[in-house]
Ligand binder design. Structure first.
Ligand SMILES: CN1c2c(nc(N)[nH]c2=O)NC[C@@H]1CNc1ccc(C(=O)N[C@@H](CCC(=O)N[C@@H](CCC(=O)N[C@@H](CCC(=O)O)C(=O)O)C(=O)O)C(=O)O)cc1
Ligand SMILES: N[C@@H](CCS)C(=O)O
Ligand SMILES: [Zn+2]
Length: 760
């Protein structure tokens, strides 16, 4: 009998119940008890959905982030969060979100650093390590949830982040600390935790070690061996899970770890299944991730069974079935979508449907295909309907792509020549100030959009409301004295979804939310077919904003690679082909903006770095097509038109040469939290164009001080000539309030003025 289980379920709730509860709690309109009750109710509902599984995940639910939860379990919470004087939950949120100086006692606490979870759009709170970091067990949360799940009649399988991945995800806060040196201190706490779990009568524990799909040096590989040899005396059976990629040179290591089972992501690594089946010692369980946990297309069940049956024949009871990774990365339930086109909806499977698929596959293996004949026939019909549908294909798009040549992505003149034309066209002071695009997305703006969507506000009234917001935003920027203004993006629900809604080839859901960080969610649009742009998407808003000011106004677009990486994309053609289609559509918009007199155009590529393959060996080819897509989108303009791009959450050292190839005139990037160290990459490489290193962290409610920003820019000027530096925040301001934005930008403008005086 093949066993079914799941690596994790989306915790935000089908209607984002967790988001609403968290935000009410933070505003003070929900008590801690009420928040905990809502959490328990969500867990109950999620487990009810998973009741058909042989083993249900426990501990995947989190009030903010599963990595932060693991830090709490291991007693590794930064001291600044306070010890005795606050409740556990308050301390937890202090690390997650920081605390502004305006709260209660006037003491600001900076939030834990947030970064990308592997190559996904989920962000985790980075564990912090020091040379004296100690660990201590805090198993209450897991023990309670094991009990809750039992009461619901489930067989619990606790989910832990494995010790080696936990260290790998964290950051040493003092340069002397080698993270791996902490393993000796960490392992006894894992052992104690496993003992407690065993005492609760749990048989299997899932231990996530996705580091196994990355390039590991000998020390990290040794750490994996050491850790699992150390833990092998613990009673529960350990299922080491890997996901998001293939194992390659770590395959043998993974197979030979002294644990009871291994989970392989058979969606990312189909070619490794046979090798793992061969290598895995005969006493071990193999869990195969056979349903895509990161995309939303229905699985071809018949085709899956064609190869899976042979594996089942070989492994019998040793075979477990699961989605490829946690379902955290997909929305909850496609059945609640009532506005999706019926054909497209029938091609999709969200978390609930993925578990149904898993059940059908298990039944087909355990009791024969005939026992699920109806479901398999229906699945075959729907898979075929997608394959033969003409809706994904547009001959006009194929034609447009065939007209691309080597010149399409090239600017007319090199940067050193075109910068003169740009400076003649738009005269700016040294250290020009600008922002990244969005200004506060207030409740009122979202309400207006909701009323428009539900027919309670006419289009004319909605447009008037957004124009009013743009006018306010432009006026504020003029008063603050910023040099290059933006319209503030009030018309956008999201920087990707907004464009997805306007392009042919995209569909979008009503409730397809996926957690991005904490209570913040995104609704990735569904890219199902060839992409084209029926009409201009941003020109009217930007033209209106420009009409309100004499100062230069920056047009604002999302780039093709970010559109690709933050959408659910079609799986019937290579991603690079889809990127090129997106690039052509965005190129059309860039040229329309230029035609409308816009002299500066920013094309955000916030997710370019995120899409970088986890393995070094795969990176060059990704960067080639990703940079090419950006160039096709951006570089059709005249020399005088200045192209900006923006990237956030980026480590640039390893991709600096690719960034230079994008040939944007100006790049604005996140750097403030790294104390400008990120700019070392730009110095070493002698980055030729202009750069706006973010001078303050927009994720924090703290108002930056002028002197701090001056100091950061001085550090930047040690690496990049000051004549090529811009002054701007790290990222967009949509999550902040106007009361925070105005003083922060005022201080930033003053900082720029001080810097200018120093070079006169
Ligand atoms: C820069 N970032 C982005 C990432 N990915 C993206 N796709 N987009 C990004 O901007 N990844 C990295 C970072 C992550 N950062 C953030 C920051 C902020 C958010 C965020 O605030 N998300 C909002 C949802 C935004 C949205 O779509 N709003 C809609 C309203 C949707 C809604 O609430 N609908 C209601 C019904 C009606 C209503 O009340 O309006 C409902 O469905 O119940 C809009 O503006 O129209 C959030 O609320 O979490 C995300 C990532
Ligand atoms: N223009 C976008 C970029 C975010 S990465 C914004 O300002 O929100
Ligand atoms: Zn950004």
């Amino acid at each position: 009998m093949a066993t079914t289980h799941n690596l994790g379920f989306p915790r935000i709730g089908a209607r984002r119940e967790l988001k609403h509860a968290l935000e009410s709690f933070w505003q003070g309109s929900l008590t801690e008890k009420e928040l905990r009750t809502e959490g328990a109710s969500l867990r109950r509902r999620n487990w009810a959905i998973q009741a058909g599984l042989d083993l249900a995940p426990i501990g995947d639910f989190s009030f903010y982030d599963q990595v932060l939860d693991m830090s709490v379990t291991l007693g590794n919470i930064p001291e600044r969060a306070g010890l005795a004087e606050v409740s556990d939950l308050d301390r937890y949120f202090r690390v997650a979100r920081g605390r502004s100086a305006n709260d209660d006692d006037g003491c600001a606490i900076h939030a834990g650093e947030m970064t990308k979870w592997f190559d996904t759009n989920y962000h985790y709170i980075v564990p912090e390590f020091h040379s004296d970091t100690g660990f201590s067990l805090n198993s209450e949360r897991l023990m309670e949830q094991i009990q809750e799940a039992r009461e619901q009649g489930l067989t619990p399988k606790p989910v832990l982040i494995g010790p080696v991945t936990y260290l790998w995800l964290g950051k040493s806060k003092d340069s002397s600390t080698d993270k791996l040196s902490l393993l000796d201190r960490l392992l006894p706490v894992y052992a104690a935790l496993l003992d407690r779990i065993a005492a609760a009568g749990v048989e299997w524990v899932q231990v996530d070690e996705p580091v196994l799909v990355t390039d590991l040096d000998a020390d990290w590989r040794h750490a994996l061996n050491l850790a699992y040899h150390d833990l092998k005396t613990c009673t529960p059976k350990l299922l080491v899970t890997t996901y998001f990629g293939d194992l390659r040179e770590n395959l043998q290591l993974a197979c030979e770890l002294p644990v009871a089972g291994l989970h392989l992501d058979a969606i990312s690594a189909p070619e490794e299944v046979a090798r793992v089946v061969d290598w895995l010692p005969p006493h071990k369980t193999l869990s195969l991730g056979i349903i895509d946990g990161r995309n939303i297309w229905r699985t071809d069940l018949n085709r899956t069974l064609d190869w899976l049956e042979q594996v089942h024949d070989r492994l019998g009871d040793r075979l477990w079935l699961a989605p490829s990774c946690s379902l955290l990365h997909v929305p909850v339930d496609v059945d609640i979508e009532h506005k999706l086109d019926a054909d497209i909806k029938s091609w999709l499977a969200f978390a609930v449907q993925k578990l149904d698929e898993l059940d059908i596959l298990a039944r087909a293996l355990n009791t024969g295909r005939a026992s699920v004949h109806r479901q398999l026939t229906e699945n075959a019909r729907l898979i075929r309907s997608r394959q033969v549908s003409g809706r994904a294909h547009s001959p006009a798009v194929t034609d447009a792509l065939s007209n691309l040549d080597g010149h399409t992505g090239a600017r007319q003149a090199p940067y050193r020549e075109r910068i003169d034309a740009q400076r003649r066209q738009t005269v700016l002071p040294a250290y020009p100030t600008t922002t990244i695009g969005s200004f506060p997305q207030t409740e009122e703006i979202r309400l207006a959009r909701q009323q428009f969507r539900t027919g309670n506000l006419t289009e004319a009234a909605y447009v008037a409301r957004i124009r009013e917001e743009i006018a306010y935003c432009v006026n504020q920027q003029e008063e603050l004295g910023l040099d290059v203004l933006v319209h503030g993006e009030p018309e956008r629900n999201d920087m990707v979804e907004y464009f997805g809604e306007q392009l042919n080839g995209y569909a979008f859901s009503q409730f397809g939310w996926v957690q991005s960080y904490g209570s913040r969610c995104v609704k990735p649009p569904i890219l199902f077919g060839d992409i084209s742009r029926p009409k201009a998407m941003t020109v009217d808003w930007i033209r209106y904003a420009q009409s309100l000011t004499e100062r230069p106004l920056k047009g604002m677009l999302t780039g093709p690679v970010t559109m690709l990486n933050w959408s659910f994309v079609r799986d019937d053609q290579p991603r690079k082909d889809t990127a090129l289609q997106l690039a052509l559509a965005i190129r059309g918009e860039v040229l329309d903006l230029e035609k409308a007199g816009v002299k500066i155009i920013q094309i955000d590529e916030a997710a370019l770095r995120e899409g970088l393959p986890l393995r070094q060996a795969d990176r060059a080819s990704y960067l080639d097509w990703a940079v090419n897509a950006f160039r096709v989108a951006a570089n059709g303009v005249r020399d005088e038109t200045q192209i900006h791009t923006h990237m956030c959450y980026s480590e640039f050292n390893d991709i600096i040469e690719a960034i230079a190839r994008m040939d944007a005139d100006v790049i604005t990037i996140e750097t403030s939290r790294s104390d400008m160290e990120l700019l070392d990459a730009f110095r070493g490489f002698e980055y030729p164009n202009e750069l706006g290193p973010g001078v303050y962290d927009i994720h924090s409610p703290n108002i930056p001080k002028k002197q701090e920003m001056v100091a950061l820019m001085q550090k930047a000027a040690e690496r990049i000539p000051s004549t090529r530096l811009w002054v701007n925040p790290d990222c967009g301001l949509k999550t902040r309030r106007w009361e925070e934005v105005v003083p922060a930008l005022r201080a930033m403008v003053q900082a720029a003025r001080e810097l200018r005086q120093a070079i006169q």
